[in-house]
Ligand binder design. Structure first.
Ligand code: PAN
Ligand code: ZN
Length: 184
């Protein structure tokens, strides 16, 4: 049992987190098969390049009610054809689960889709704050020329449903149209 003045086992320096039990995950372009529209452009690219890295602090076991997780995602700049590098995207398995995202570095777009497949997007930039409501799928695209860094906080019983997005995708895509991001 802890008593008195102690030091937190975790740290957050704005664009990095560290501490006890830190988890790291890497997604290469090869891990993102099937999510980009331009299959020819995708086929011609090096599948080993990094698309994004995620670091997370998960103090309680997955599934714990009332617990919170915190993560940082480093999403590289790049395009597959006219489509920006993006995260896989997911619904949460627990339909009640919500999440905060906030922009730390770089420029991007948070793409959201509800269960009726309505799609909308919010610009991400250093200082932007985004609330992802329950039952809303979320994916981030890097629309800038530097690494996009964003942080997230979500419930430890949220879980991730990647299957629905892998199967049906988002109803709209964020493409570079004459140098500007547009939902198409
Ligand atoms: C985030 C995401 C992270 C990577 O921590 O998991 O940005 O995106 P994908 O999980 O879609 O690959 C989050 O939304 N957690 O719930
Ligand atoms: Zn999530």
């Amino acid at each position: 049992m802890k008593q008195g003045i102690t030091q937190s086992p975790y740290s957050f320096t704005g664009d990095d987190i560290a501490g006890e039990g830190l988890k790291t995950g890497l997604r290469t372009l090869g891990d993102l098969a099937g999510i980009f529209a331009d299959e020819k452009a995708y086929a011609a690219m090096d599948k080993g390049i990094t698309a994004y890295n995620v670091k997370s602090i998960e103090p309680d076991p997955q599934g714990t009610r009332g617990g919170l997780y915190m993560g940082i995602t480093y999403l590289e700049s790049g395009k597959v054809g006219d489509e920006y590098f993006m995260t896989k995207g997911h619904f949460h398995l627990n339909p009640l689960s919500t999440e905060f995202y906030w922009g730390v570095k770089g420029e991007g777009m948070l793409i959201l889709m509800d269960e009726e497949r309505n799609v909308w997007a919010e610009k991400m930039f250093p200082g932007s704050l985004h609330y992802i409501p329950a039952r809303v799928a979320h994916r981030v695209a890097n629309t800038g020329s530097e690494t996009l860094v964003f942080a997230a906080c979500w419930p430890s019983d949220a879980g991730h449903d990647y299957g629905t997005i892998a199967r049906d995708g988002f109803a709209r895509r964020l493409l570079d149209v004459n140098g500007k991001p547009e939902l198409v």
